[in-house]
Ligand binder design. Structure first.
Ligand SMILES: Nc1ncnc2c1ncn2[C@@H]1O[C@H](COP(=O)(O)OP(=O)(O)OP(=O)(O)O)[C@@H](O)[C@H]1O
Ligand SMILES: [Mg+2]
Length: 306
């Protein structure tokens, strides 16, 4: 088996006495697209943040390209530039143009000379279909375009892996598709390793090589999308998917049901615990599945990668 590019070994993370990750073991292989799904508060963002060194694990470790990221002499910026992250809320500098947002990251983090940074930034904007928006400020762009700039900033760094934390959940429904299209296109054309946390089940089904299901701080099931969505083995996965599908149905009875899902229509009603903030640092998203799924649009974007 190929060496994993990212490996979590018995990863635990607690905030005060609240254990959020309870022993995660996960290997992400080079060129793999792994989609992480699961109820709100199950620890998906915390897992990504531990991978990217934004949260320090309480126990266990994360290996990146075989190196222990908790090692004292690790260069955190170097790790982050090679395992770059796209956030829900874009995190763009509002006083800089689209191009400058990208060149700044290249110059500051990767020490790329300005001229070269401009070339790389222009190429990256081309890739996400924003060639004509180089000189626009974020405030002059739609949410979808801002997220595409954030993705271009990530891509321009030429990372080995990109982590996406609900990249479309802050967007209006009509803008979700364009961002998912860009991510899918990148997956297909660059073969870049991607870990995507999302509530967009259509996207997960279509683009993922592997779907990982989290619940209550643990991975409860993982496998190819066809297995997870058509014939999930874990009862909690079935309950989660039923609830997701029910919310989509409730939202709009005319919307087609998720293709290929064969779960029985009568879903038991289950409530998952609300996320609780224990500490005020980096509060997690307040948009659980219902917030995001309320705006779900079936992702119907052409060919599957492989
Ligand atoms: N910085 C923090 N301080 C205290 N508690 C936190 C912090 N970050 C996350 N948590 C808690 O950890 C749990 C998991 O949060 P996390 O954001 O990882 O869940 P999630 O699966 O990403 O949820 P969602 O789908 O709503 O984004 C929640 O109970 C949350 O309140
Ligand atoms: Mg989250």
């Amino acid at each position: 088996m190929a060496t994993p590019i990212i490996e979590c070994i018995d990863l635990h993370k607690s905030f005060a006495d609240h254990e959020v990750l309870k022993g995660i073991n996960l290997k992400i292989l080079t060129n793999e697209v792994v989609v992480i799904i699961g109820p709100s508060g199950s620890g998906k963002s915390t897992l990504l943040r531990c991978m990217n060194l934004l949260n320090e694990p309480t126990a266990g470790k994360v290996l990146f390209e075989g190196y222990d990221t908790s090692a004292k002499d690790i260069d955190i910026n170097a790790v982050r530039s090679r395992m770059n992250m796209v956030f829900q809320n874009f995190n763009l500098f509002m006083h800089l143009t689209a191009l400058e947002n990208i060149t700044l990251a290249l110059q500051k983090v990767k020490k790329v000379p300005k001229k070269e940074a401009i070339v790389l930034a222009t190429e990256a904007l081309n890739r996400v279909g924003l060639t004509d928006k180089e000189n626009a400020f974020p405030g002059q762009l739609s949410g979808g375009q801002q997220q595409r700039v954030a993705i271009a900033r990530c891509v321009a760094m030429q990372p080995d892996a990109i982590l996406f934390d609900e990249p479309t959940s802050a967007l209006d429904p009509e803008l979700i598709g364009e961002v998912l299209d860009v991510i899918k296109h990148l997956a297909e054309t660059t073969g870049m390793t991607m870990v995507v946390v999302t509530h967009e089940m259509g996207f997960a089904r279509e683009v993922a090589d592997r779907v990982v299901v989290m619940d209550d701080g643990l991975i409860i099931e993982e496998g190819p999308p066809n297995e997870i969505f058509v014939n999930p083995k874990n009862e909690r996965t079935r309950i989660f998917l039923r609830r997701v599908l029910k919310e989509i149905d409730d939202m709009d009875p005319l919307k087609p049901k998720y293709e290929g899902v064969t779960l029985e229509p009568e879903a038991p009603s289950v409530t998952f615990g609300e996320p609780q903030m224990m500490k005020d640092e980096n509060p997690p998203s307040d948009q659980g599945p219902s917030g995001t799924l309320g705006r779900w649009f079936g992702f119907r974007g052409g060919r599957k990668k492989k």
